[in-house]
Ligand binder design. Structure first.
Ligand code: ZN
Length: 463
């Protein structure tokens, strides 16, 4: 490719060859990335002929030929008879905008919902893959956090996605987390806004797309402001800004839609606290801008339960639901008009969250034994009471609190799993639940030396 660029450079001195009107000031004739090559020239027969001669010279020297079926010519404001002559010189077919380049659509108008369809299709195909059906709530949440966000983020590095598209993507993700399906449903025990909040504010720290998109646009703004050594920044400076300060510059009606979008959001970005830090340090981090745009959120008292909790993610998801008071107990389901047998899975009393954790005789006895095992002399109450006690204890430091955090999380998960097995699959009460939970904790803590010094392999725990 280096040789091709050298050949194309020779066109600069060719009197017949004329640059594309928006490329002459930077002398751009080609852009190459991976195995894609874009050539730019003015739409006249002489210039195209001169360019094709150079390309043919390159092909003869290297044996690398362009495939006519894969190449396209894109015209802008070129007379139809000239277009036909150019097509016969190149042997390529005519192409229409938008076309896909490096996975995203290239076009001169604003991004429409229809153009975002490949993005939505990719997300839907990830969700409908058979393996995603086997995931727990925590697994689905992780898939949304990593894969689905990565797909969307790739587009957001170059576009401002239409609000209805981000809303649609978030609705797909919400449905997937709660129902495991891509079909949008309104069923959601916790609002998406809450889920997107940071963990210390009681959320799950899933990225809010609109704010993330603003932060990615901020990066483009910073590149323009810092006059980064990038071709697109130079191009914008020469053709749009023309030595004007971007922060006072107003776009003309025929200006690129991306520039218009950047101007529309520049005030929000530059008024954020982080922008001042960027100006001082000369370094922009999208995630820090995102945090700054989100602002400070009111922390929840029980925030420590989600930090450095050694329990399995699926168990952590359950305890988060319990702290949010969103577990679908039978009495809660009845409030939504679904009539069901209200009896507890373990006793004849009515199933509420306070009953199952830990007013119920059986769960209370297991919880009491767990507390004794952990060395606590605490008389348990109902869930509202225990919630406060757990919050108070986990806000303290030390290995015992870390064990309490993991043990509470795993035990509540085990009880809930057992309850589900009885309610939905005619299961029976698990008599060795405590031993199983202890073993899980032992294996989860095995890699943490500060904790294992307080363990014994046979009794698992030494006072
Ligand atoms: Zn009960």
């Amino acid at each position: 490719m280096e040789y091709l660029h050298r050949c194309l450079k020779k066109l600069h001195g060719n009197t017949i060859f004329k640059f594309h009107p928006k490329c002459n000031k930077l002398g751009i004739t080609s852009i190459c990335f991976a195995d894609d090559l874009m050539l730019f020239t003015r739409g006249d027969v002489g210039s195209v002929q001169a360019m094709m001669d150079t390309v043919n010279q390159f092909s003869t020297a290297t044996g690398l030929k362009a495939s006519p079926t894969k190449c396209r010519v894109y015209f802008g404001g070129v007379d139809e008879t000239v277009q036909q002559r150019i097509l016969s010189i190149t042997g390529f077919q005519i192409g229409n905008l938008p076309f896909k380049y490096l996975g995203v659509p290239l076009m001169c108008r604003s991004l429409t919902v229809n153009m975002c369809k490949p993005l939505i299709d990719r997300i839907t195909s990830k969700i409908t893959h058979w393996t995603s059906k086997l995931l727990s709530y925590a697994g689905k949440q992780q898939l949304v956090k990593s894969v689905l966000f990565a797909i969307t983020n790739y587009w957001m590095q170059v576009f401002q996605l239409p609000k209805c598209v981000t809303k649609h993507i978030e609705a797909i993700c919400r449905s997937f987390v709660w129902s495991g399906k891509a079909e949008i449903s309104r069923k959601a025990p916790v609002s998406w806004k809450k889920i997107c909040e940071p963990k210390n504010a009681g959320g799950l720290n899933i990225t809010s797309l609109n704010e993330w998109n603003l932060a990615t646009l901020g990066k483009l703004l910073w590149n323009i402001q810092a006059k980064a050594d990038k071709m697109w920044v130079k191009w914008i400076n020469i053709y749009y800004l023309k030595e004007q300060d971007f922060f006072v510059w107003q776009p003309k009606s025929d200006c690129s839609i991306l520039m218009k979008n950047l101007v529309a959001c520049r005030d929000i970005i530059t008024q954020s606290g982080y922008w001042q830090a960027v100006l001082q340090n000369g370094f922009y981090k999208t995630s820090k801008m995102y945090m700054s745009l989100r602002g400070e959120k009111e922390p929840v008292p029980w925030r420590k339960i989600g930090f450095q909790n050694l329990a399995r993610p699926r168990a952590q998801f359950l305890i988060w639901m319990a702290f949010m008071d969103r577990l679908n107990t039978k009495t809660r389901i009845q409030q939504f008009g679904i009539h069901t047998d209200l009896r507890c899975a373990f006793c004849p009393e009515q199933e509420t969250i306070n009953h199952i954790f830990f007013e119920c005789r059986w769960t209370r006895s297991v919880w009491t034994q767990m507390l004794v095992w952990l060395g606590y002399h605490h008389v348990p109450g109902n869930w509202q009471y225990e919630k406060q006690w757990i919050t108070m204890e986990t806000n303290k430091k030390g290995w015992r609190r870390q064990l309490l955090k993991a043990a509470t999380t795993e035990l509540m998960y085990a009880i809930w799993q057992n309850r589900n097995a009885i309610v939905f699959a005619q299961g029976t009460r698990e008599d060795h639940v405590l031993e199983r939970v202890k073993f899980i904790i032992y294996t989860r803590c095995a890699r943490h030396r500060t904790l294992t010094t307080h363990f014994d392999e046979n009794t698992l725990y030494v006072e």
